[in-house]
Structures are given as structure tokens and as C-alpha cells.
Design a protein around this ligand. Sequence first.
Ligand code: AKB
Length: 424
Amino acid sequence: MQWGDLIRDRSGPDPGRIRGESGGIRGAGVYHASIGIERNGRAITYNDPAMTPRSKSSAPTSPRVVIDMTQDARDESEPDTPSQMSPDTTRTRAILITGAGGEIGHGLIQALQEAGQQNILAVDLNPLDSSVASRCRETAVADIRDEAAMARLFASCEIETVYHLAALLSSTAEKRPFDAHDINVNGTVTLMRLAREHASQRNSRVRFLFPSTIAVYGLPDLPTKNRAEPVREDQFLQPITMYGCNKLYCEQIGRYLTWRDREADGGLDFRAIRFPGILSAETTPTGGTSDFAPLMIHHAARGERYASFVDADRTIPFVTMPDAIRAIGQLAAADAKRLSQTVYNVGAFSPSAGDFAEKTRAYFPEADIVFDSVAARQNIVDSWPARVDDRAARNDWGYRPQHDFDAAFGSYLIPGIQRAIGSM
Ligand code: AKB
């Protein structure tokens, strides 16, 4: 089952009633050498004795991103239903999500499952929260660099789409650059190769959705950053972080393989979105360099002091988590013929860190926010564009963020954070 083109809020035009649930960080944590797969609540453990069956939990009642699947005629004609699933899972069409326990993974799995996707195969380094696991057909604890474990996942189902979310983010990657290279490049290339082999064996295309990043850009200095027009996908590609280099390289390999497979019956269909900072109401991020903005808001909501590691005048683009999830869904569902490129910018609003502080204080007048820049992290932010040109995403697959800066706070972040605090 695939996503439809239209992704909209069931509750109406108020963008504040749209959100994706999220949690944790993308793919960080302790790496496991083994793999356990859990199927419909029953744990199948290859060599990890710690894997146990999960309990199913009920779906959250919060407003959510809703995906309309009516655009995808291919899947309407051949729906997967539980009754059609044979024990021979090689015939079961499924999607694979890596880094499923991270911020994007939570929201994506919720949105996909609520859109009717019943065959989600989710993998993460750590066991998933029961709220996420209960939405999946199978969950696995594995390291994406473990090729044998990844191959077993591909062998377990007919994988149609891979959402490869696992990565070490920019700040963590600067501390562990060669781990980052191993995970972000070697892990990704292994998955692309397995996806491609899987597709070739079946004479089909496997869609490979890859969240890339504004870290692929490297503006030379602040005057250039402040002068530059919204940055296009092909400009300033000199990243100053390991994470940026890793993502840029993987974009190129994905583009190359897709081009190489263009005439073949089966092969890779790679699609990437360069995300700016993402703001989630449900989780606090770690390991990224865009974290100063969400951390400022979450600290204020908890009545805690926050020292921003960038100065008040520093600016990068942001989107809300629901808009990020919708963008992934739209690109995944887009007809390949409509795509003029493999990598797309998306952005929504570009306030400075000072604008974030002011807006946060408008909702939390007692907020204790100070600016205490840390050169290593501020330099990274200085190398990222203030604004991105996302016209290609708008033209090719209809990207339209629903939250601007005011709506992000008023309709999404503040109500979502208050709900989360209220339920604690
Ligand atoms: C990070 O800060 O590393 C990420 C990103 C912009 O990709 N949030």
C-alpha cells in the first residue's frame, strides 16, 4: 500500500489541528550486533535473547496528520488485508522504516498506519515504544550496518518502499566523525544495494526515501549567507560537517543508481528531501545543530532556563514535524514522471534565534532564555543557508507547508506541548 498525493487535516483548515507524533532522536544509541524481529506481537529472535513480545497499546487521541490514499489506484486495486497475508511473508508487500524510533519515525509510522498501511516493518537500534510498535506488522532491533541482519529484513517481505531515517545528526557526528561515516554512508549504501537487489530480483522499483539536510550546504561566510537569495539545490555544496558530507555523498549515490537503473525493469527509485530544522511538539531533539530552537521552546514550557548555543541574530529555515511528515508522504507518492530531480529543498519560515526567543516569551512570559554562543556549533549554523529555494518541490509534487512561524507556535507547538505536559 502506498501513500496518496493528498495529505490533509481531517479536522479542517485550522493548521493547528494537524500534527505528527514524534519521539526520541534519529537512530542514535547503542548498536546491537544481533537482530530480533517481532511479528504481529510475537517476537522472533534470531540471536538477541533480550527481545520479548510487546503489548499492543491504543492509538493516541491527539490531532494528527491524515493521509488520503485515494490517489494511488495501483494499491486500491490490490489491497493488503490481514486475511490476505499468508504465513509465507515473501508474498506480503511491505514498507521498511529504519531509525523508526526517532523523531520522524514516530510521526511517519503514525501517519502511515492511520492511512491504512498495515505492513510496516520497522527497525531501530533500540526496542520501539509500544505506542509505535503496535502500529507495525514487524519490528526489529538491529544495526543498519549489519548487512546480514538487513538482508534478513529484505528477505522477510516484498519491500516496496524504504524510508531510511537512521543517521547520526550533525553535532553528534562532529564528535564521532568516523562512526558517523560508517553509519551515515556505509549503512546507507548497504541499504541502497540491498533495496536495488531486491527490486532487480522482482523486476520492480523500490522507492528509497532519504531525509537529507541543509547541512549539505556550506556558505563561505556570514556576509554571503545574509546576502544570498534563497539557496537552490545546486548551490554552495561545500559542507563543513561530516554529517553534511555524508548526506551529500549518499544523495549522489542515490541519484547515480536511479539514473543507472532508468531503463531496467527493476531497480532503485531514490528520492531525497533536504530538511531544515524540524520543530516537534512531542519530543526534544538531541544531536542536531538546529536543536537550539526546539530546545528553547521546550525548556520554557517546563519552566527551565535555556542557554542558546547560537547568538540572537543567527537564522536558519525551519518546518514543523507535521509539514515534514506530509512532505515525505507527498514525495513518496509522487509519480516518477513528475519528478525533475532526485533531491528537493523544503522550507517554511526563517526566524532568527532572537525571534524564537521573543515568540517563546509571548507564550511563556517567565521564560529564562540567554544567548551564550558556542563557536563550534554556531559556525555550523553560519554555514547553513538562511533560506532555501523550494520551488522545485512545490512545482513537482505540490509541497505546501501548512504552518508559518505564527501558526507553528499558535496552532501546533504551544497546544501540543501543553497537551504533552498535561498528560505527564
Ligand atoms: C541537525 O541539526 O543535524 C539536523 C539537520 C538540520 O539535519 N536537524
